[in-house]
Design a protein around this ligand. Sequence first.
Ligand code: GDP
Ligand code: IMO
Ligand code: MG
Length: 421
Amino acid sequence: MKVDVLLGLQWGDEGKGKVVDVLTPNYDVVTRFQGGPNAGHTLEFNGEKYVLRSIPSGIFQGNNVNVIGNGVVLDPALFKAEAEAEALAASGHDLTAKLYISKKAHLILPTHRLLDAAYEASKGDAKVGTTGKGIGPTYTDKVSRNGLRVGDILHNFEQKYAEAIAKHERILKSLNYAYDLSALEKEWFEGIEYIKKFKLIDSEHFINAQLRAGKRVLAEGAQGTMLDIDFGSYPFVTSSNTICAGACTGLGIAPNKIGEVYGIFKAYCTRVGSGPFPTELFDDYGDTICTLGNEFGSVTGRKRRCGWIDLVALKYAIMINGVTQLIMMKSDVLDFFDNIRACVAYEVNGEIIDYFPYEINDDIVPVYVELAGWKTPMNKMKSESEFPQEFTAYLNFLEKELEVPIKIVSLGPDREQTILR
Ligand code: GDP
Ligand code: IMO
Ligand code: MG
């Protein structure tokens, strides 16, 4: 068996959580491979809404196992809060029975959160607009070989922790950053005790053994391709490889063990935080998309910037990830538009280009094609046969441009509002 991977093709918040939940009954194992509580994955079913940050979105259905892989960075305090959240508890799942955590996943220390804030403050207007969850500093420590891993909590942890914190405090002082660590530490150590209740595994052995046993594994990406540390709009990116290759390093599976690659995108485009966004709208269209799409961050509540769909960026993401199937989300937000636009090329200094360039800046002018809107509410539709003609034309146009079939169309936030093609 192979691992199927589902990942975002834009700047995150494409609707990954919803679709992983929809696909979960087809899988025995659902796993996260990168990112951490910077993610906010929303699921809606039976009139309830849940937001997951570190826990895979396969947790609510069936008898599957969910794994937090080695590529993830885990904040014990936020993890405990998430896992104990009333919503999760009320749904009646014994989490410790169906959620395993990799011993190789790195721990977000309380000082990583402080460092995140201190670095952002020191950047002034050039700030990344991070989620403030300590993601960058934690991955920095991982790469510079100073990190602490989940497996470390089992042996001589206090000393390792004290050494790491002392280093961080020296940096915080050099940045003149005022902080109060004691309050953060209390809930953090409660989180450490909580993590000990879970099965801590070598996830690479576990996942490969599952594949050999014929089990079906789904890897759930966080963030999106345009936030990838290597291929996103650097430095306005997150600190992990959000792309398909990240599933190999973040789980310990070989490249030839990757199966289907589901690429998920919104029928328009959003971005939260700073950084270039060629198709961003500053007019009524942008405001309307934001309002109808309820485009506010699931984690930070920040208003998401909105724009038209960008096929130049999407083609780039499809190429980098080797996408085999596309999933289109939130087209219902455009249900009442007379016309919709799609960016098919960029004009840079008078030259038209159709590839995603190194320099992404204000010099880029999007080249649009305009398509007729369908002006029909679609959120109650149950099958493709009900699609308005203009909507089918939009799908056909996208498939022709992107050269990958759109296999799932989502017409609302609820699990049921999903059409498989
Ligand atoms: P993720 O981070 O990729 O899991 O996405 P988020 O959960 O951060 O953001 C997606 C938002 O859109 C959530 O509020 C979802 O409930 C909502 N959503 C998902 N699919 C659809 C859809 O097809 N239509 C509408 N209107 N909302 C959707
Ligand atoms: P999901 O999984 C949207 C953005 C932040 C910031 C940049 C770096 O829900 O799609 P970080 O805290 O990672 O150092 O922030 O990345 N960002 C996201 N934007 N969705 C996310 O996750 C994001 N995770 C990080 O806004 O611009
Ligand atoms: Mg999100």
